[in-house]
Design a binder for this molecule. Structure first.
Ligand code: FAD
Length: 284
């Protein structure tokens, strides 16, 4: 199918883009890499009368790893994330996760901003952002505001981003310790049946910090406070890991779909969470 008719805008800065969104209300949508939005428009599942293409906005394309805080512009592609050596050193879990998204063709176009703003529970970056405790910066008609990734997702395709706002960047602290992103999918290039992001720090044989987030196991990404907290202070024995996995499973609510029934998803979740925690601990 072809999309219904729309007006195409290509602003050169964020202020102009926000101005168009504000003027056109919920009939306007921004276009980033187009790898989620264009298929939705072609299937007529997204009705867009004004398409605001962000590709000419240079300020959205920077990766900044200096100064103790990492900031990634919304229009940075998944390919650029993989290729950035400084970023891979400062937060290696991001590169590991980006390499598991689709295939190189998709990653050349798909952006970090589109992946996190889309609100699709199957997107990989939202769970990673929650694991990293990232902050999203949104620009709107009244200026910018910040929303924590852990507060951004309200339901499937419903986020804290208003119709006249643009996500301009994501930011988070560099990581230390062990990390892992484990993703189970039906075939190469597929979205996750279940995935889990883990960051762990160890000192003197004990866990000093842990962060555990999950992808496509509820209608939003899930950061499990209980699972993360239950590892801290333990020696991360097999029983400690089992306890953390049980806590993580208690926080998810998968639904049956073409990736399987609920019982299967809970089973796959328990495996990917166990693998991610175990691998992160081994690397810490
Ligand atoms: P777009 O499609 O342009 O936009 C997506 C949505 O976000 C739209 O509603 C748009 O209005 C909004 N948006 C975009 N940018 C902003 C912004 N800066 N501020 C506010 N709103 C914004 N993704 C995965 O995570 N894992 C996978 O395994 C995976 N597999 C895929 C396989 C295939 C074959 C394809 C086609 C896609 C796959 N994707 C996967 C999705 C891909 O990574 C998308 O590119 C990504 O989810 C959306 O990014 P985009 O830049 O293409 O955004």
């Amino acid at each position: 199918m072809i999309p219904s008719a729309f007006e195409y805008h290509r602003p050169a800065d964020v202020k102009s883009a926000v101005g168009i969104l504000h003027e056109q209300g919920d009939e306007a949508r921004v276009l980033a890499g187009g790898h989620s939005l264009i298929p939705m428009m072609k299937l007529r599942m997204a009705a867009v009368t004004h398409l605001v293409d962000l590709q000419d906005i240079a300020e959205l394309k920077a990766i900044n790893v200096d100064g103790g805080k990492i900031s990634i512009g919304a229009m940075v592609t998944q390919h650029s994330i993989i290729a950035d050596a400084a970023l891979a050193k400062a937060a290696p879990i991001l590169r590991e996760a980006a390499l598991q998204i689709a295939d190189p063709q998709v990653r050349y176009c798909g952006t970090i901003g589109g992946n996190v703003a889309n609100g699709d529970p199957a997107n990989d970056m939202p769970g990673i952002m929650q694991c990293l405790d990232a902050t999203f910066t949104l620009a709107g008609p009244d200026g910018t505001r910040e929303v924590k990734a852990r507060d951004f997702y309200e339901a499937a395709y419903v986020t804290a981003c208003e119709d006249d706002e643009i996500l301009v960047s994501v930011s988070f602290d560099p990581t230390s310790g062990g990390y892992a992103y484990e993703k189970q999918k039906r075939k190469i290039g597929d979205y996750a049946t279940a995935a889990c992001a883990v960051l762990v720090s160890m000192d003197g044989g004990k866990c000093t910090a842990a962060s555990i987030a999950m992808t496509n196991l509820s209608d939003t990404p899930i950061w499990s406070e209980a699972a993360s907290a239950s590892l801290v202070g333990t020696k991360c024995s097999t029983d400690d890991i089992k306890n953390a996995v049980a806590n993580a499973l208690a926080d998810i609510d998968p639904t049956e779909d073409n990736r399987g029934p609920v019982a299967f998803k809970m089973h796959v979740a328990s495996i990917v969470i166990t693998r991610a925690i175990t691998r992160a601990i081994a690397a810490a």
